[in-house]
Ligand binder design. Structure first.
Ligand code: ACO
Length: 332
């Protein structure tokens, strides 16, 4: 089964409620009823109902099965203000400040998720990654035991010999600019979980990437990756993980055999952990543009409830896919 079909099936298994704060945005308005019709989620758009309906009419879209919540008039707003003050107590947030924060629909959507009025949120068709992530990090925060939230891209190659039947999880490509060794180890464990829970990869094989394989180069940047590898082994001794590995040693069996003989990961990796955000972000885009791979994500990992970001260049189909990913994460 293709990766997205698999994810959609996981979303349909238990239909979840996803909130879309950019309720006035044309691609979002078009995606919402498709997600509902496909049976992958119940959807709420945030915004003024008359304005959203007028835009939908212009687009020829029927929103009869999509809910609309206007944060300015919602009866739950006072409860959200109170809860937001409590959550941000250490930052000294007053009711007036909380009320002002909730005028930003990204904060309103996040509070719906936090208060259990939605199972997940998707945004970013018109907002930057930072704008989408900041309220999630401040309010939803990491799952118990997770120090740093990170992300993965689910890459699907036409070459079925790559990774797990063409699917390889890339991490972190969107969140932590310059991870410490401990953060890198955490990213590796979270990416393995994403591979299992979202891609159905039963045995993640995690490669800790570098420009060196098993000591072939000496540099402090390589030391950070070997240290992260050691930490990840200590944190999850059962996980099939190896490093430091160059990309070719991680993916190509003959090269893996030559450069890292005896490694269970080298040549067979289905999860790639990049040493920093520059490498990860450039790496997934190269793979997508040069390698003709599908790229789904960024999928946030480690948050206590699913929140996902869209690219500002996203299509209607991309939004439907990210709604499916978010609903599938809520089911994982
Ligand atoms: N995990 C958990 N919590 C975090 C993390 C993290 N990785 N990063 C920040 N936080 C917390 C902070 O502790 C803080 O909590 P507090 O307010 O309760 O004290 C809160 O989040 C805000 O932290 P700041 O450091 O003030 O937030 P910042 O403005 O730096 O934003 C962000 C954090 C958005 C993740 C930042 O690291 C960032 O911009 N990353 C890169 C995003 C990006 O541009 N990606 C590339 C493009 S995406 C693409 O191409 C698909």
């Amino acid at each position: 089964m293709a990766l997205m079909d698999n994810i959609m099936a996981r979303a349909r298994a238990n239909v979840r409620h996803i909130v879309l704060p950019e309720g006035n945005e044309p691609r979002t308005i078009q995606a919402a009823p498709i997600a509902v019709k496909e049976g992958i989620a119940k959807v709420t758009l945030l915004g003024n109902a008359e304005e959203i309906q007028a835009k939908a009419k212009e687009l020829g879209v029927c929103l009869k099965d999509v809910a609309i919540v206007d944060p300015a008039r919602d009866e739950k707003r006072p409860a959200y203000i109170e809860a937001l003050c409590e959550i941000r107590k250490s930052k000294g947030v007053t009711p007036e400040q909380a009320d002002k924060m909730l005028n930003d629909f990204l904060y309103y959507g996040i509070m719906m998720v936090k208060m259990g009025d939605a199972d997940g949120m998707v945004s970013g068709a018109v907002h930057s990654t930072g704008d989408v992530l900041r309220p999630a990090l401040q309010i939803i925060k990491g799952k118990k035991g997770i120090k740093s939230v990170s992300s993965s891209f689910l890459m699907e190659s036409p070459n079925k010999n790559m990774g797990e039947n063409g699917v390889v999880v890339f991490s972190d490509c969107a969140v932590i600019p310059c991870p410490t060794a401990e953060e890198l180890a955490g990213i590796a464990l979270a990416a393995a979980e994403t591979a299992r829970g979202l891609c159905g990869i039963e045995e993640p094989k995690v490669a800790m990437l570098s420009f060196s394989t098993k000591g072939s180069a000496k540099h402090e940047l390589v030391d950070k990756v070997t240290q992260a590898t050691q930490m990840a082994h200590e944190m999850a001794p059962e996980l099939c993980l190896d490093g430091e590995l160059q990309l070719d040693a991680a993916l190509v069996p003959e090269v893996g055999e030559l450069k890292a003989p005896g490694s269970k990961v080298a040549g067979h990796a289905n999860v790639l952990v990049f040493p920093d955000l520059q490498a990860g972000n450039i790496g997934y885009k190269l793979t997508q543009r040069f390698g003709n791979c599908n790229a789904f994500g960024p999928v946030m990992q480690g948050l206590a409830a699913p929140v996902n970001d869209l690219s500002r260049g996203c299509s209607v189909n991309d939004i439907v896919s990210v709604i499916a990913i978010t609903a599938a994460q809520a089911n994982a």
